[in-house]
Ligand binder design. Structure first.
Ligand code: CDP
Ligand code: CDP
Length: 220
């Protein structure tokens, strides 16, 4: 079967990974959560106290990290860190880590390698702009910061992670700012991406709209 690439970009909490998993199941695509890859590097940075200003330390770190992704399970140097990468501490540091050029070069190479020849859906920030500028389908998913903070807070509550609405909103706004203004592959809508605002849509509505768009593209 021919390769087919669907990209979903957008800010934190807009619903990318939820929708991407549903699309993957519906169309039998592979799913790759590229944010989780940046989160694994961020976790390593925290654990090893890496100085983000020190290029030598960054290069050394990138030689030492081995990322292994098996579906929705993420291994950092052999350890399952699927839960550990979702904490507010990791969320706080991940954007500065993801702004480092050397980090992006390594992860973008991996993302292209993993996707080669596959029917795949990837979510992130720069999938439709930098990583796969010729993707078959590009979605840009947005929602207001307040709605996104409420959604993320609900997830933290369910997992028993302590956080206030104000803290989560602040963290989301800070991440939006860093991700959108960084020099390397900032979060921007690709010109040919289909934009959906999920602020007032439930997951099923978003799924329906994206499915219809994919079906149209498959038919072209
Ligand atoms: O799930 P959430 O939207 O909170 O974030 P994520 O997708 O797990 O991504 C975490 C962070 O990784 C983002 O805030 C970006 O700084 C970075 N990221 C990136 O720079 N490029 C990507 N393709 C994916 C994530
Ligand atoms: O991957 P990203 O950070 O963009 O968002 P997510 O983790 O897929 O979604 C964040 C939360 O919002 C999840 O708990 C979703 O169930 C929820 N969500 C929602 O309530 N309504 C939507 N239309 C999309 C997501």
């Amino acid at each position: 079967m021919d390769s087919f690439i669907v990209t979903i970009d957008g800010p934190a909490g807009s619903g990318k990974s939820t929708i991407a998993k549903m699309i993957a199941k519906k169309y039998n695509f592979t799913y790759l959560d590229t944010g989780a890859m940046y989160r694994m590097i961020a976790l390593y940075v925290i654990r090893h106290n890496i100085d983000l200003e020190n290029k030598k330390e960054i290069e050394e770190m990138l030689k030492n990290v081995k990322l292994d992704i098996q579906g929705n399970t993420f291994y950092l140097n052999g350890e399952d860190v699927s839960e550990a990468i979702r904490t507010p501490e990791v969320s706080k540091i991940v954007s500065p880590v993801a702004a480092i050029k050397e980090v992006r070069v390594k992860l973008v190479d991996m993302q292209r390698e993993i996707s080669f020849g596959k029917r795949i859906i990837l979510d992130g920030r720069d999938m439709g702009t930098t990583v796969f500028p010729k993707a078959d389908v590009k979605i840009f998913l947005i929602a207001s910061p307040e709605i996104r903070a409420k959604r993320r807070l609900k997830e933290y509550d369910e997992k028993g992670i302590a956080a206030t609405y104000e803290e989560v909103l602040e963290s989301i706004k800070e991440r939006d700012y860093i991700d959108s203004t960084r020099k390397e592959s900032p979060l921007v809508k690709a010109q040919d991406a289909h934009e959906i605002d999920s602020s007032k849509l439930n997951i099923d509505d978003v799924l329906k709209e994206i499915s219809a768009y994919i079906d149209k593209k498959i038919g072209e």
